[in-house]
Design a protein around this ligand. Sequence first.
Ligand code: HEM
Length: 300
Amino acid sequence: MMPWNDRAGNFSPFKAAVLVGILLPAFYLSWGLLDGSLVSNAPVSPLGARPITELIHRTGDWAIRFLIISLCVSPLRRIAQWPKLINVRRMLGLAAFSYALAHFVLYAIDQKFRIGFIVSEIALRFYLTIGFIALLGLSALAATSTDGMIKRLGGNWNRLHMIVYPIAILGVLHFFIQSKIDVYQATLLAGFLLALFSYRFAHKRGFALTSPLVLIVIAVLAGLGTAAIEFAWYALATNVPPMRVLTANLHFSYTIRPAWWVFAAGIAVAALAFIRSLTKSTAPARNRASRATVARGTPG
Ligand code: HEM
């Protein structure tokens, strides 16, 4: 089946748009590679003077972003009451795997394929060890993502694919550790992951993800949790005074801290649920009205 077709084999503009979105970063990064700067090392490249190092970072960024976007599919299809969203989940998961694989291959190129050295680095450096475990996990998910494997594994498929959550945690931790002092992006992704865990937890506990109130509570908790993660990181892993970072959340002149972005995204999701509840409740009434109109024989 072509990735831009739906299950019935018809062209799906939505799937095609998602596919283009997945490929765009790869095209942009390849262009940076192919414009000659990789050979000449000239700082004219959009990827800078050290293209391979830059590519390692960019592919890592896209791997974790697509992984988190793929995790948004399940809660979002409930919140937006849009079941067809599930059709792009596999594509997004495979995108995360492909960027992670490219990230690893680029690392191996950077190390000039010295296998012994690479193995010892992965064994000795904690952030590489967890990156490697995350990559192994993503490989298992990609290998079992075909329709045939879904059928063959039956109920075990769902159990196996639950490992996507620990994989995402490892990916974000890997991001934190290598970011060293500036963990803005890593904190942002950790916050989104926290919100996603909260949606999952709320759904399991029987809270309706269509309720704007439930979603507002999650937005507030996820925002506070994000500030707490940032505080904990600076307290435990750096010499930066964590209270200064925490209070920076209340100053908006320099940057808007990740906690606020996570809160804002959560509120946007609650607004979406609210709008959806309005359209859902007016739809049957509209349908009833049009049925009555047809029954009365008035041209529509
Ligand atoms: C064997 C597997 C992996 C290896 C060897 C590896 C290696 C690396 C290296 C060398 C860096 C740059 C560190 C630095 O410059 O100090 C990095 C950064 C990063 N990696 Fe990995 N990684 C692996 C797996 C993964 C996976 C599975 C993900 C995501 C799911 C990931 C996401 C990232 C991210 C987000 C960054 C930071 C990019 C940035 O600075 O913007 N990595 N990784």
